[in-house]
Design a protein around this ligand. Structure first.
Ligand code: EPU
Length: 417
């Protein structure tokens, strides 16, 4: 186990290039098993979650080669093997194996996913979708068993616009007989990315990125080459870190449109933003005004940036209110920030944040984005060294974090715990 050491108080300066999106990558890798031949994924992020997914595919007999930011997946020899345990348990997004295996083999046994459990995260909408397509779904000793004689297109109305359920239903329906319509579908950019890959493989999917997605099932999908969209959450985290340290950072290789909700909030606080075609420059200011933030489904403010934003709001004048309408209790970073001197209290699904002077402390990341919040807080501390344990959570979603922060002038390093 390692911990992150942060000697803060230095404004971040320079440029950082953002890798491909984690939440796309971990859906695109399982999607590849629907093809009959090799799928090549470019702009892949170097993350522990991606490594676990490569392990899952290899367990099924796929040939996986991963060099730098490119992964080649040849699924031609994969077999339908039950996976009640093993690497599927390490990863929340292993639920995509349900849709992918169902599409390919009409059956699957997948251990209930692990991952960042900041609160109970049900998968009832995924299951409702599979059942609508004709699958029988049972939970036996902590593993989901799925089986279908035949998958048939259906009209599915999601009770909540779930990213995971929308993608999972697309994976299974891509090879179902007839048409599937997903209503109240999630609209996140990662959903468009998955639909783009599937369409390049020969699927017929229309409307991804809107609340109605139409899928015409096809009998066979083929290999292709696809470049993963930039990671808007990593990008947003660096934007927030630049503002919090009163730095000047160019966040490069991104799609600025994906970050509009954050950009608007930063401008409202008084941060200077320059938007270019594929990059955003964030220039910090000595003082920021308080703002209210509501984390919502896309294109609203991303829940995954809610925790990093909490740290920045400790630097704003007055009192800010940050509410999360996606997850009701995603506030595990708050007690840790309070240990660093932050004046924050949680009321229902909101954090009430007052301007605070943060001190170095030993704190623990309990999930990925909570970890990012603590790193940003540590970067703002003027004296002493902040120690962040639970780095394994941060490694799930931040590609080359220490290298990038050091290139931006931060004094950050890893140590054995
Ligand atoms: N929900 C249900 N039933 C379901 C599915 C979801 O009630 O069957 C609820 C959830 O409890 C939550 C809301 O719907 O309140 C949205 O959940 P969603 O299904 O959209 O989340 P997810 O697919 O499990 C993905 C990302 C998360 C990100 C959310 C929201 C992946 C692997 N994970 O999760 O990313 O927070 O969408 O945008 O794509 C992260 O990167 O740190 C992370 C947690």
């Amino acid at each position: 186990m390692e911990k992150l050491m942060i000697s803060g108080g230095r404004p971040l300066h320079g440029a950082v290039s953002i890798s491909g999106a984690k939440n796309s990558a971990i859906a695109l890798i399982p999607a590849a098993i629907l093809a009959e031949s090799e799928v090549v994924l470019d702009n892949l992020p170097l993350l522990s979650d991606v490594a676990v997914y490569a392990e899952i595919l290899e367990e099924l007999g796929a040939k996986v080669s991963w060099k730098e930011s490119q992964m080649k997946i040849d699924p031609s020899d994969i077999k339908s093997i039950p996976m009640p345990n093993g690497p599927v348990k390490k990863l929340r997004a292993s639920y995509y194996m349900m849709g992918a295996m169902l599409g390919r083999f009409k059956e699957a046994v997948i251990g209930l996913p692990g991952g960042c459990n900041f609160e109970p995260r049900p998968i009832d909408q995924h299951i409702k979708g599979f059942e609508a397509l004709g699958a029988t779904v049972t939970n036996e000793h902590g593993a989901i068993h799925l089986h279908a004689k035949e998958l048939k297109g259906a009209k599915i109305y999601l009770d909540v616009s779930s990213v995971g359920a929308t993608i999972n239903i697309m994976l299974a329906a891509a090879k179902a007989k007839g048409s599937t319509i997903i209503e109240n579908a999630a609209k996140e950019p990662e959903i468009i990315d998955v639909a783009t890959l599937l369409n390049s493989m020969g699927a017929v999917i229309k409307g991804a990125g809107t609340e109605t997605i139409r899928i015409e099932g096809v009998s066979e999908l083929r290999g292709c080459r696809h470049s993963i969209i930039p990671d808007r959450i990593q990008a947003g985290t660096y934007m927030i870190a630049a503002a919090a340290t009163r730095g000047d950072v160019l966040i490069d290789n991104i799609i600025p449109k994906h970050l509009e909700a954050l950009t608007a909030k930063l401008i409202e606080m008084g941060v200077q933003i320059e938007e270019l075609d594929e990059s955003i420059r964030v220039i910090g200011r000595p003082n920021y005004g308080h703002v209210d933030v509501k984390a919502l489904i896309y294109p609203g403010f991303a829940t995954d940036l809610q925790s990093p934003m909490t740290s920045l709001l400790t630097q704003a004048e007055g009192v800010s209110v940050l509410s999360d309408f996606v997850y009701s209790n995603r506030f595990k970073h708050v007690p840790e920030l309070v240990r660093m001197g932050a004046k924050i209290r949680v009321e229902g699904r909101s954090a009430i944040i007052e301007r605070s002077r943060l001190n170095a402390a030993k704190v623990k990341a309990t999930d990925l984005r909570a970890g990012a919040a603590l790193v940003i807080a540590g970067l703002t501390v003027e004296e002493g060294v902040t120690e962040v344990t639970g780095v394994e959570f941060i490694d799930r979603g931040y590609d080359h974090l220490v290298t990038n922060l050091r290139l931006l002038g931060a004094d950050v390093w890893r140590e054995k715990e």
